[in-house]
Ligand binder design. Sequence first.
Ligand SMILES: [Zn+2]
Length: 140
Amino acid sequence: MVLKHPVNRWLLLSRALRRSCPQCGSGGVFDTWFRMNERCPNCGLASDRVAGHFVGAVGFNTIFSFGILLIVLLLGTWAMFPDINVPVLLAMCFAAAVFTPLLFWPFSQSLWQAFDLGWRPAEESELDPRYTATLPGSQP
Ligand SMILES: [Zn+2]
């Protein structure tokens, strides 16, 4: 029997939005702004649970960045209409296209991990035994 450790989905999301480990809520999950540690320093959950895991994070980042780009384009056009200053609008869109993916990347990683944990709760074998020993109902 495989023991799983499901976490409430809202808790997973709130932890991910704080760039914490969605499984245990621990900080220190990120080595740099752009790179997650291989494992959570508290619960031991791998940041890359299966091969190609972070293709989903890239997808999240792409969707969010294109959404922001669309909003900037529409709001910029609306604000300048009817005398649209194309160079200014292009500069705004360029800034959104460059900076949004860079700023959102760590959140897309932790959010993707949270979604994955919501669909496939962590199994006991994925977690550090010291973490699972402290969970309610666990045998010491
Ligand atoms: Zn953790």
